[in-house]
Ligand binder design. Structure first.
Ligand SMILES: C[S@@+](CC[C@H](N)C(=O)[O-])C[C@H]1O[C@@H](n2cnc3c(N)ncnc32)[C@H](O)[C@@H]1O
Length: 325
């Protein structure tokens, strides 16, 4: 029965090797489609993680500021939902900044940050371990869009899941219930998930957030090609692609693309991919939800709403959900 014995305080890294061996097949399959795609997880090498952190500080990028504001204002309520002996599992933990708001207000026994970006994960998790001298920290490098094994500590304690940053918006809506059901299996019946969801809003506000004036989102998008060059021995020339991001109101999502500025072909470890001028790679969708739309998807996975916190403008929502199984 989880929860009886507090774990030893330790820092232990668990590497589930998410970049091997499927990346080549996944990327070539996506680039061989008539509408070319590469999943957004390939943004995140060490440079991509650093560029994402830069994005969070941009004036146009309201998401991080708004979510952090909501969390600060409601942190006592959120902390009560986490409790003092839980294992806090954070999906896509990145720089592990938002978790600090919760850690100032409650005392989970263990923190399991899960992220695909190995070096950034290790650095951020180490900083948490040093700053909170009562907390066991188990960074886990894994791809959360596929089944993966959490460390044993997650079965030894009751788990609470945390999924901030509107990263749930990167899943196709049809895939959200499947992902949330996997989270439900981790937290168990009666267990909790705190999830940050970006709301539908004025298209100009959305457009600006993904087309910043300083060009950081452009650099972040183009860095995906450099990451593929390193990971798959490819020869993309980022100078021959351009960043595009647009809001698709019919689908309620920002769509991010890399458009080829020339007719060209690119090699990936033996495979050859041809591009026409103007042909695009779809690199990310970022779905925006009305509360009811999201709650319906969560409900299909067995989660019910306990609380919803939002900001004055209704730009962003942080939901506390309970797994009913
Ligand atoms: C949009 S950032 C959000 C970072 C942070 N949670 C925040 O709220 O600011 C997404 C994070 O999830 C990680 N990530 C993206 N796709 C992933 C996947 N399939 N598996 C594991 N981590 C992933 C990235 O490395 C990155 O740190």
């Amino acid at each position: 029965m989880p929860g009886s014995v507090l774990p030893e305080r330790e820092f232990r890294f668990h590497d589930r090797q998410p970049d091997l061996p499927d990346a080549m097949a996944e990327v070539v399959t996506g680039l061989s489609r008539s509408a070319k795609t590469v999943p957004p997880k390939y943004f995140y090498d060490a440079t991509g993680s650093r560029l994402f952190d830069d994005i969070t500080r941009l004036p146009e990028y309201y998401l991080t500021r708004t979510e952090v504001g909501i969390m600060r204002e409601n942190r006592e309520d959120m902390a009560r939902a986490v409790g003092d002996r839980a294992c806090l599992v954070e999906y896509g933990s990145g720089s592990s900044e938002k978790i600090r708001i919760l850690l100032e207000a409650c005392r989970p026994a263990a923190y399991v940050p899960v992220d695909i970006s190995r070096a950034h994960l290790l650095q951020s998790a180490r900083a948490i371990y040093e700053d909170y001298d009562w907390l066991a920290v188990h960074p886990t490098c894994a791809d959360y869009s596929r089944p993966f094994a959490l460390p044993d500590i997650a079965s030894a304690l009751p788990c609470v899941a945390f999924f901030p940053g509107s990263s749930i918006g990167n899943f196709d809506p049809a895939d959200v219930p499947g992902f949330l059901a996997a989270v439900g299996a981790v937290v168990g019946r009666g267990g909790r998930l705190i999830v940050g969801v970006d709301a539908k809003k004025d298209a100009d506000v959305l457009h600006a957030a993904y087309n910043d004036g300083a060009g950081v989102t452009e650099a972040f998008n183009l860095n995906l090609l450099k990451h593929l060059n390193d990971l798959l021995d490819a020869d993309f020339d980022p100078a021959r692609f351009e960043h595009q991001a647009e809001y698709n109101p019919a689908r309620g999502r920002i769509e991010m693309y890399l458009a080829s500025t020339a007719t060209q072909s690119v090699r990936l470890n033996g495979a050859e991919i041809a591009f026409d001028t103007g042909e695009r790679i779809h690199t990310e969708s970022s779905y925006k939800y009305d509360p009811d739309e999201f709650l319906e998807l969560a409900g299909a996975a067995g989660f019910v709403q306990q609380r919803m916190w939002t900001d004055e403008r209704g730009y962003f929502m942080v939901l506390l959900l309970e797994y009913a199984g």
